[in-house]
Design a protein around this ligand. Sequence first.
Ligand SMILES: [Fe+2]
Length: 216
Amino acid sequence: MTQTALLETHMFPCLSDNYGFLIHDPIHKITAAIDTPEVTAIQNALEEKNWSLTHIINTHHHYDHAGGNLELKDITDCRIIGPEADQSRIPGIDQTIAHEEEFQFGEHKVKAFHTPGHTLGHMVYHFEEQRLAFVGDTLFAMGCGRLFEGTPEQMWSSLNIIKGWPEKTQLFWEGSLKEPQNKCGPHLTLLKGGLRRRSYFALMNTLKLTLNLRLQ
Ligand SMILES: [Fe+2]
């Protein structure tokens, strides 16, 4: 668990090799699950922390991200926030968020960014003041999420949104528990480190972007 300006984050394993995240504002006593990959794992994490779920913030509609929405809403009556572009595909959604829209989570300002590529409606959430962000399946330690719906160009633009954030921003992505480095700045992730850098470049090369769009 980390605590930054009274915003606590809690990360826990779920499914076979994914992460789940809770964020908690102790002043307002509110807690959000970032996506709902696995109801039991989320409930256990809430119990461990003695937090009550008040919000779900979805990055995208995939079942391993929004599949637990309705069950958790039924149990807790929590409020579900998610991408405007995906509102028809996010179960139980109460509040839609558009690109670059800001909303409050207790004391904290959250800015949402539309990052199409992995899916067309994918959204990432940046807590600018705390320098942390939840990037769903847009970015992983070893590259970006699979292009199920978007184009390489869309994914490239989305990655550049993340790359444009301050260097020491902590990124929390939801895939691959096998990759040990789960928190690091976008520049560190994309530009530093031998294998990571080579792997990332190889992946970007498979996207067949024109040369001037490749990461330099
Ligand atoms: Fe996904």
